[in-house]
Design a protein around this ligand. Structure first.
Ligand code: HEC
Length: 295
């Protein structure tokens, strides 16, 4: 499970280029090698940018790997690697955040190098599940993600006791480049919120939360959002207009059960990720958004 995203290798290369330059091993005046034009070995250093409380800090993988509080964290069911058991060298995210000023914003925008941009409620970071930043050692790279060329590195948000806080597979962003304290999605994009008059127990209101935790990282709605992996679900035509309800349900459970091709990227969501009730709620929410966008 998890987001089977397609890593954009060139973007990673661009993101790393600035750091890679300062980390080039040979000095500019190095003597030419015997073979004449042998390429110089570049040590690629990745960095993670964290912004909160008006301060931005950049942590390199070398710096994080060398920290005395780095630990080996075991993951029983890793969403990035088909639910396999994995383990990572990782740094406690709470310790990293303690190096920045507190921020009143209630969300962290977790931006990956491939267009995946999760909006993570800050309260999850201090809740019953413990967040860690897994750090890929360039000298011992992680295996490629299933069906892809790139690994989950250079940084990967992993959770200890994820089930205690109901962390969704889409709240494990891999290929992480930055995390930034931001206002909540409904403050930034009021068009994504159901009407204030809607009862607290209305399915569409629950569906809004399901959408934000599981879909918004990849899909925008009428331009609202930051994700750029999948299509906009409202524009030009709302998805609930051209999908039957049966088709939409089947697609959310398992896109490959509806249509299948080699470069398919949308992940499947089994009942442990999104319950039947939550799919009902999600569809109610998409219908509310559709009625509003194109009455
Ligand atoms: C990791 C990224 C990702 C996540 C998370 C994701 N999707 Fe998708 N989705 C895609 C991509 C990419 C496509 C285009 C088809 C493909 O490559 O699988 C797609 C296609 C779709 C489509 C079909 C649109 C069309 O016109 O063909 C619908 C509907 C949809 N997604 C709904 C959802 C919903 C609802 C959720 C949340 C439960 C969700 N998606 C979560 C990436 C994602």
């Amino acid at each position: 499970m998890g987001h089977t995203r397609f890593a954009v290798l060139s973007l990673i290369a661009i993101a790393l280029a600035a750091c890679a330059q300062v980390a080039l091993a040979s000095p500019p005046d190095a003597a030419p090698s015997v073979s004449g034009a042998a390429p110089r070995a570049a040590i690629v250093v990745a960095s993670l940018t964290v912004s909160a409380g008006g301060v931005t800090r950049t942590f390199t993988s070398a710096e994080l790997l060398a920290r005395s509080d780095a630990a080996i964290v075991a993951v029983a069911r890793d969403p990035a690697y088909s639910g396999r058991a994995t383990s990572y060298r990782a740094v406690a995210l709470r310790a990293l955040l303690a190096q920045l000023p507190a921020d009143a914003a209630d969300t962290f925008e977790m931006r990956a190098t491939d267009g995946f941009v999760a909006q993570l409620p800050s309260q999850l970071l201090t809740g019953a599940a413990t967040p860690w930043i897994a750090v890929e050692d360039p000298a011992q790279p992680w295996p490629p993600l299933p069906g892809q060329k790139a690994s989950a590195g250079p940084f990967f948000l992993i959770w200890e006791n994820a089930e205690r806080a109901g962390i969704s597979p889409e709240q494990w962003p891999y290929a992480l480049a930055s995390m930034t304290a931001v206002a909540s999605p409904v403050q930034r994009w009021p068009a994504l919120a159901v009407d204030a008059s809607m009862p607290a127990d209305a399915p569409a209101r629950r569906g809004q939360a399901v959408f934000m935790a599981n879909c918004l990282a990849c899909h925008r709605m009428a331009g609202n959002g930051e994700g750029a992996v999948g299509p906009d679900l409202l524009r030009p035509m709302p998805a609930t207009r051209y999908f039957t309800e049966v088709g939409l349900r089947a697609l959310i459970r398992n896109p490959a059960a509806v249509r299948k091709w080699p470069q398919q990227m949308m992940p499947a969501f089994d009942a442990s990720a999104i319950s039947e009730t939550d799919i009902d709620a999600l569809i109610a929410y998409l219908r509310v958004m559709t009625a509003r966008a194109a009455p």
